[in-house]
Write a protein that binds this ligand. Structure first.
Ligand SMILES: Nc1ncnc2c1ncn2[C@@H]1O[C@H](COP(=O)(O)OP(=O)(O)O)[C@@H](O)[C@H]1O
Ligand SMILES: [Mg+2]
Length: 252
């Protein structure tokens, strides 16, 4: 959008009086270019913010209220909780600055992995334009199975598209889709491996946060090495281990 102003108006706005017309004309050209660049920047930011909002709304989870956590809500009473929340803040800051890596939050059930991954996501939504998506892995696999069975196909197709286009994906509860039984580390089915491999492959060079109740050696038994290499991290800065007590039991 270009607003035409008279030369006199421009001259007045720029505090230029009694200047030759060609200099005023040049000033106007510069002014217009700046105006257009500013407008383009604003439109671009508006686009990124609306993409971010739509992406966030497309999150898939099974517990109501799961997306409501912020760093300030995370109780840091123990040494371990303090260290974990600090590391999660550093991970969030590194993502915000543009670093690309995979992070893994691992440990027993109820220790705060999902909560802290949501804190990272909400921090990014509030401080950057990154489009963040939360995906419950068991739910994703359920949807893919339904799709393979010929119903609700579009639901899974749309989720796959969101996973491919998000800047940051939180993959929640990786490994627990393999079995309903706790501590069972049966190998994931061919179907699950294929779904996860294709999606993980589409996210090469992008930011992902995985939460899992399984140790890395358990994950290596559950999934094939090609899939593991796209999800796990060797860098200790990207790994948070939760060893505390089950907060669900403590709170009830
Ligand atoms: N440090 C913490 N401060 C406040 N609430 C916590 C903390 N850790 C866990 N919780 C709460 O305990 C419950 C279980 O945490 P969750 O993140 O779901 O565990 P996990 O994903 O490790 O199984 C949730 O309701 C969560 O909000
Ligand atoms: Mg969890």
């Amino acid at each position: 959008m270009v607003i035409m102003q008279s030369l006199e108006e421009i001259a007045k706005e720029l505090n230029l009086t009694n200047l030759p017309k060609d200099r005023v004309e040049r000033a106007r050209t510069i002014n217009m270019a700046k105006f257009e660049a500013d407008s383009n920047r604003k439109i671009n930011l508006m686009y990124l913010k609306s993409k971010q909002k739509a992406m966030y709304r497309g999150s898939v989870y099974n517990e109501m209220g799961v997306l409501e956590s912020h760093f300030a809500d995370f109780k840091a009473d123990t040494y371990e909780q303090k260290a974990n929340v600090l590391k999660a803040r550093q991970i969030a800051d590194r993502i915000a600055k543009g670093e690309k890596f995979k992070a893994v939050f691992t440990g027993n059930a109820g220790t705060g992995k999902t909560m802290l991954s949501v804190c990272v996501m909400n921090y990014l939504v509030e401080t950057t334009h990154l489009a963040c998506l939360f995906v419950s892995v068991p739910k994703l696999i359920d949807w893919e199975k339904t799709r393979a069975g010929g119903t609700d196909e579009q639901r899974a197709i749309n989720l796959e598209k969101r996973i491919q286009h998000a800047d940051v994906v939180v993959w929640d509860d990786l490994g627990s889709e393999t079995s309903m039984q706790a501590n069972s580390q049966a190998q994931a089915t061919e179907f699950t491996q294929k779904v996860l491999f294709n999606l993980a492959d589409s996210r090469r060079g992008k930011n992902d946060v995985f939460t899992t109740n399984n140790t890395s050696s358990e994950l290596m038994r559950i999934y094939n090495p090609k899939l593991i290499s796209r999800m796990l991290t060797q860098n200790p800065d990207n790994l948070i281990q939760f060893k505390g007590k089950d907060q669900r039991i403590l709170n009830n």
